[in-house]
Design a protein around this ligand. Structure first.
Ligand code: UT7
Length: 319
């Protein structure tokens, strides 16, 4: 039995300034603000303008630096960085290594995780386990994505959904068992790899998605893994103060809420402003909730997400 638990000490986020609204998209694609709003809940997304040289490492560094400042922790005290991204700057060095250098960390390890939109909970789970095993005391988990560069901007099924952004949390081991990451569960089904993919080679190097199928699996798997971590901790659904789901589609979020019997009033939704930022969506939403005073002492917060792979993850954190 471990005598420590891993706490989320702070969170930071960063999105590009430039905004692309549904109305802007209407000007070059056969779609409408009304269709996008009704079918997804998205009104706009932040994206890096074409030609601007801002990378996932840049946004990730800004988010991580903000989180470190809030936790009052120096970069040289960080033992490890895990970055979840499917839009790395390079195959190598990893985005995490680039963030490590940009932050001015001395020593420690850094590596990336590829789990698409479930990347944040995957990275959180891996970092949590590394800290509990004694391999690190203080870690940063980053989710950072420049998705706009991976999209086929003539494909109205996919390009309307996504935005760029990054979020980061600082984790630390504490001797207090009453709070921290209480349970997490990650799962994949490689047989569903074809429903959402981004080829690395060939002439179709853009995101390809069978939206309807992704939708159904998202509702089922996010609900199942959420129920599983809730059960692991032994609390009831009514004891959870906030649900921060991956921000993919308001209809997916409503269906997960329905399936769990969880009220929409306790769910953080910001996809209207950012669209789907993949591994960054949960930490960006957490940062906003924190700034809004919703992450109170003792708050029980559930994260849940699904991504290409198919990958799925849920985590229950007491603050
Ligand atoms: O992080 C995980 C990443 N991905 C997701 O979570 C995506 C999950 N899936 C979804 O969010 C939804 O499936 C979409 C938003 C992608 C699509 O919504 P839908 O309600 O499942 O629409 P649909 O694919 O069933 O398409 C309905 C109609 C079709 O027209 P017809 O065949 O009925 O005439 C589409 O061609 O809507 C049409 N359509 C559009 N119309 C205007 C599809 N995209 C658009 C569009 N604008 N952007």
């Amino acid at each position: 039995m471990n005598s420590k638990r891993v706490q989320i000490l702070s969170v930071g986020s960063s999105v590009p300034e430039a905004v692309l609204t549904n109305k802007d998209i209407e000007s070059f694609l056969d779609t409408s603000d009304e269709w996008i709003t009704v079918r997804t809940g998205i009104k706009q997304r932040h994206i890096i303008p074409k030609g601007e040289d801002i990378s996932a490492a840049d946004l990730g560094t800004q988010a991580a630096s903000q989180a470190l400042k809030k936790a009052d922790i120096e970069p040289q005290d960080v033992d490890g960085i895990v970055c979840a991204t499917f839009t790395p700057d390079y195959f190598f060095p990893s985005t995490a290594c680039r963030i490590q250098a940009a932050l001015g960390c001395k020593g420690g390890f850094a590596f990336d995780i590829s789990a698409a939109c479930a990347g944040f909970v995957y990275a959180l789970t891996v970092a949590n386990n590394m800290i509990l095993c004694g391999q690190a005391k203080t870690m940063i988990v980053v989710g950072s994505e420049i998705i706009s560069k991976t999209l086929d901007w003539t494909d109205r099924n996919s390009c309307i959904l996504f935005g760029d952004g990054a979020g980061a949390v600082v984790l630390q081991a504490k001797d207090d068992l009453s709070k921290g990451i209480m349970a997490s569960h990650i799962e994949s089904d490689g047989n569903l790899g074809d429903i959402l993919k981004l080829p690395a080679w060939g002439d179709k190097r853009f995101m390809q998605m069978r939206g309807n199928e992704v939708f159904k699996h998202a509702v089922r798997l996010m609900s199942d893994t959420s129920a599983r971590v809730i059960k692991q901790t032994g609390i009831g659904i009514n004891d959870i103060d906030l649900l921060i789901p991956h921000q993919a589609n308001i209809r997916i979020i409503r269906a997960v809420a329905d399936s769990l019997g969880f009220p929409m009033e306790k769910i953080i939704v910001n996809l209207d402003e950012y669209g789907n930022t993949s591994s960054a969506s949960i930490p960006i939403a957490l940062n906003e909730a924190w700034d809004d005073g919703l992450i109170k002492e003792g708050a029980k917060v559930l994260f849940t997400c699904l991504g290409g792979g198919v990958t799925v993850g849920s985590a229950l954190v007491y603050f």
